[in-house]
Ligand binder design. Structure first.
Ligand code: 5GP
Ligand code: ZN
Length: 114
């Protein structure tokens, strides 16, 4: 856990989060400022700044959760599609330095997305 990391705070429960899925090494919760209703973030429970810092087994578990949630979120929000993305590094727009995968429900002609 990293001090002053909001996502570590959600993992420990010190910061409230609307958790939608949890496994041994990954957790998914709703984005506080969603691009669309149901916008979800999936993170490793351990603090890693960048995707490449995540050990392979934990990355496999992380993307296993992404794989499952992509269908679940599309169904639950009645979306037409889902945008799945990572801002990996500050220059790519990463604001929270605890690596995370965005899943954003998308609709025909919405013109939005990550
Ligand atoms: P980034 O720009 O780093 O790829 O995305 C960070 C995301 O984290 C943003 O979509 C932002 O709304 C979300 N976020 C930032 N702080 C919090 C928080 O305290 N709780 C939750 N649930 N989401 C947060
Ligand atoms: Zn963290």
């Amino acid at each position: 856990m990293a001090e002053d990391c909001v996502f570590c705070g959600i993992v420990t429960g010190d910061i409230p989060g609307r958790i939608v899925k949890e496994t041994d090494h990954a957790i998914a919760f709703l984005d506080a400022n969603p691009l669309a209703a149901g916008h979800t973030l999936v993170i490793p429970k351990r603090h890693y700044a960048r995707l490449n810092d995540v050990p392979g087994d934990e990355a496999a578990e992380l993307f296993g959760a992404v794989h499952e949630l992509a269908a679940t979120i599309e169904d639950a929000t009645d979306a037409d599609a889902v945008s799945i993305g990572i801002n990996d590094g500050e220059a790519a727009g990463q604001e929270v330095p605890h690596t995370h995968v965005h899943l954003v429900p998308r609709f025909e002609g919405d013109g939005g997305g990550p």
